[in-house]
Design a protein around this ligand. Structure first.
Ligand SMILES: Nc1ncnc2c1ncn2[C@@H]1O[C@H](COP(=O)(O)OP(=O)(O)OP(=O)(O)O)[C@@H](O)[C@H]1O
Ligand SMILES: [Mg+2]
Length: 555
């Protein structure tokens, strides 16, 4: 992937683009590049426009919105994204502008101008100086102070907000609740003139800046380098897709009854959602900042932990989503209740890395609650709890199932076991998780374990069909409510994957070890496994059966 060091000597050299690749620095110009073909990442556009202020056409296009309930188009998101990616990667790193790929425009300038001037009557309703940011609650900040922490809206975003005001999604847009790397979240209010009531809303505005977008891309695909250049048109479209993904994921989560912001309206990179906060417009704190009061704080933390595990299971089983960025930063807290936010990166279970993301989520959650003094379950037990296809997906049954897990854990444990659990967590976190049988390292060894009734010890046991895996699972939830998990199918059939899973790269098969001890242990384990394997080989018929039942399971 890195540039060939001998490239300069190659006969093709004079024809190469005037860029060179340097690890950690990306593509850099080798020589002076004429301004008309220069678009270095992260620096202002040569024409001085940083945010595509000039082009407002798509803002007034009606047909490609998601909020028109045209969910049949869901599957197309993947295609669109794929196409976009190909375009992005096809220019080999040198971010040269390419031919305009937008549809030919009719002469719509007059009408765009008309619309812009019609919307300008709402200009005073965007009041970014009116801020309710965390931390302001106690001290009065003066406006000059705030102005510096605030980001000026670009023209396109401003137009979209004015349009939303015009259509009545919100009546006024206020200052930022949160300004981040990838998005700003603004407070907004909706006045109902007939009832005189005021409803608060939140507006998430994704940033279209090239550098910011690069980070996101890397995070999601696991690419170590930003390969293709993004031209502005593309980065704009990609960010639009992320906003759309968050909107759709929120819909699923909201429809499943998991506490989260209500998705209200989406336009390009701007998402209007329900506000999670009090009536005065103060947002609920993130779980990280939650202050619990009372004399049973420990019990409260534990019950929040149990609540969150239930949410994770329900997200997985009913919404068919792994959050993939779950931590105390993306959960809001109010009055014993947790709210899930920030779901643009959430993926479906058939995403090649979903189980890896899930394991990461589990670790983050465990780490946080351990710091709060909660006696946490092992990562492995939680992983099994979340992915088990049978069992409850509603409260209070899920909480009861978790209490059962605790009982079992404490029954099986002696004094040293907290330490042992930590060891098991470490092992679990470094284990390779196959998501399909094709990815299993040593199918014969595993099939043998299944034969011995140890199928439930396999890390991917929940991917196996029940008739193959001996259901003596110690952490199994009560099975009488197994039919409840069908709710998931219902939901996901109306809202098929809008995510990028199919074109994401899988985790590489190799293992990386952090230290020598791990490596030694692993070697030992492999040797032992090989010895086991030599003892008796698995009959072909059993192997076949295992493969066919599993691939049937995995749709
Ligand atoms: N619906 C909402 N109601 C109230 N506050 C919200 C809402 N959505 C987001 N926030 C606040 O905005 C913050 C950032 O939101 P979110 O996590 O969705 O953005 P983000 O993608 O993490 O942005 P970045 O990564 O750029 O910081 C949250 O921590 C929360 O405090
Ligand atoms: Mg966040």
């Amino acid at each position: 992937m890195a540039a060939d060091p001998n490239a300069a000597a190659s006969p093709a050299a004079p024809h190469e683009p005037p860029f060179t690749y340097t690890p950690n620095r990306g593509y850099e110009p080798l020589q002076d590049v004429p301004p008309e073909v220069r678009m270095p990442r992260g620096t202002p556009h040569p024409d001085g426009l940083d945010d595509d202020d000039d082009d407002l056409d798509d803002i007034f296009e009606e047909d490609d919105d998601v909020d028109d309930d045209d969910w049949a188009a869901d599957g197309d998101l993947t295609k669109t994204y794929n196409r976009q990616r190909q375009l992005n990667e096809s220019d080999g790193g040198a971010a040269l502008p390419r031919a305009n790929q937008q549809k030919p425009k009719a002469n719509t300038f007059a009408s765009v101008d008309d619309q812009v001037s019609a919307l300008s009557k709402h200009a005073a309703k965007i009041r970014l100086d009116s801020v309710k940011q965390d931390g302001d609650k106690d001290k009065e900040k003066d406006k000059a102070d705030r102005a510096t922490s605030e980001q000026v809206l670009d023209q396109r975003t401003r137009m979209i907000l004015l349009q939303m005001i015009n259509r009545g999604a919100v009546s006024e847009v206020h200052g930022a609740i949160s300004t981040g790397k990838e998005a700003n979240v603004y407070g907004a209010v909706l006045h109902d003139d007939s009832s005189g009531e005021t409803t608060h809303r939140a507006i998430k505005v994704y940033k279209t800046a090239i550098l910011v977008f690069k980070d996101r891309e890397r995070y999601i695909t696991g690419e170590h380098r930003f390969k293709g250049g993004f031209d502005k048109g593309n980065s704009r479209k990609m960010v639009k897709l992320w906003a759309e993904k968050e909107y759709r994921n929120l819909r699923r989560i909201y429809n499943a009854g998991i506490p989260c912001p209500e998705p209200i309206q989406l336009k390009l990179h701007v998402l209007v959602m329900g506000f999670l906060g009090d009536r005065k417009g103060w947002a609920f704190p993130r779980l990280r900042d939650a202050v619990l009061a009372g004399d049973d704080v420990d019990r409260q933390w534990r019950s929040l932990y149990v609540q969150l595990l239930g949410i994770m299971r329900k997200m997985y089983q009913v919404c068919r989503l792994v959050h993939a960025d779950l931590s105390e930063y993306n959960i809001l807290y109010n009055k014993d209740k947790l709210y899930i936010i920030d779901v643009s990166q959430s993926v479906e279970p058939d995403h090649p890395r979903s189980l890896e993301f899930l394991r990461m989520d589990i670790k983050n959650v465990g780490d946080f609650f351990r710091r709060k003094g909660v006696d946490t379950l092992s990562d492995r037990a939680i992983f099994n709890f979340i992915t088990a296809p049978t069992g409850p997906v509603e409260e209070p049954d899920m909480a009861a199932a978790i209490e059962k897990l605790y009982e079992l854990m404490h029954m099986a444990e002696n004094d040293d076991d907290a330490a042992e659990r930590e060891v098991d967590n470490e092992v679990f976190r470094n284990q390779y998780i196959p998501q399909t049988l094709e990815q299993v390292y040593d199918i014969e060894k595993d099939a043998q374990r299944v034969g011995k009734g140890e199928g439930n010890d396999l890390i991917y046991s929940n991917l196996l069909a029940d008739q193959v895996v001996n259901p003596k699972r110690e952490d199994a939830e009560p099975s009488e409510s197994s039919d409840e998990s069908d709710n998931g199918a219902e939901l996901s059939s109306d809202d098929q994957s809008g995510d990028e899973s199919r074109f994401d790269k899988g985790r590489p098969r190799g293992r990386r070890f952090e230290n020598k001890d791990e490596k030694r242990l692993h070697k030992q384990a492999v040797k032992e496994a090989k010895r086991e394997k030599r003892k008796d080989k698995i009959p072909k018929a059993v192997k076949k059966k295992l493969v066919s039942t599993t691939s049937r399971k995995k749709k």
